[in-house]
Design a protein around this ligand. Structure first.
Ligand code: CA
Length: 227
């Protein structure tokens, strides 16, 4: 049975989420403070639901702490709905970000999506596939409907990053950091846009799989038929 840690201080939410998830087959541990949440980390957790405003501090600190030592999936669950907070959460390694109020079935669906993604662990697969797009990490080749497509190094790295994180919103800052690395200080703001445009062009009728998340970044859409 999947074990979820709910870091949350609002009684009503703890009660509702715990009851709902336990009825649908999860084990839920709850921690109303960051210090209690830390003591729960020894458990073999499958996922953490993290409120950001807690009585003894800021959930972001806990997010950083967890990310330093593990890749356990984290979903932020919070009333903070500013772009800044969402970007900060995703950049700090949260797998998803849900703003309150939320509906329990939606929460469950988002949890399942994250868990499914983790199970497939695309980072450790050498061949990634999404509809008719195939990327071979070892051979550094990309095939669109079985036909090989020549990509520049940056286009290849971008596509690889997207395909390793299907469904996840990647912020512009994070993408530039990961793809341009040490050169990222010298990357012009439109460099990313230009590379995305070229990559979309090469994806042909799969170009809509790269979705623009306005003001934030981009997301790779899994399992949707091209137009
Ligand atoms: Ca709270």
């Amino acid at each position: 049975m999947k074990k979820i840690l709910l870091v949350e201080d609002e009684e009503n939410i703890i009660f509702a989420v715990k009851r709902y998830l336990e009825n649908t087959g999860y084990t839920v541990l709850s921690a109303p403070t960051l210090s209690q949440a830390k003591t729960c980390l020894q458990n073999d957790l499958d996922l953490i639901l993290l409120d950001l405003n807690l009585p003894d501090g800021d959930g972001f600190a806990f997010l950083d702490l967890v990310r330093e030592k593990s890749s356990i999936p984290i979903i932020c669950l919070t009333v903070r709905d500013s772009d800044g907070d969402i970007i900060r959460g995703l950049d700090s390694g949260a797998d998803d970000y849900i703003t309150k109020p939320f509906k329990l079935p939606v929460l469950k669906a988002r949890i399942e999506t994250v868990l499914r993604r983790v199970k497939k662990d695309p980072e450790f697969q050498s061949i990634l596939q999404s509809d008719g797009v195939t990327l071979d990490k070892n051979l550094k080749k990309v095939f669109i409907d079985q036909r090989e497509e020549e990509l520049s190094l940056k286009e290849f790295q971008l596509l690889c990053l997207f395909m390793e994180n299907p469904g996840r919103t990647l912020t512009r800052e994070l993408i530039i950091d990961l793809v341009w690395g040490l050169e990222s200080d010298f990357v012009y703001d439109n460099t990313l846009s230009v590379n995305i445009r070229r990559l979309r062009h090469k994806l042909g009728h799969y170009q809509n799989k790269i979705q623009t998340v306005r003001g934030i970044g981009y997301r790779w859409i899994e399992g949707e038929m091209p137009r």
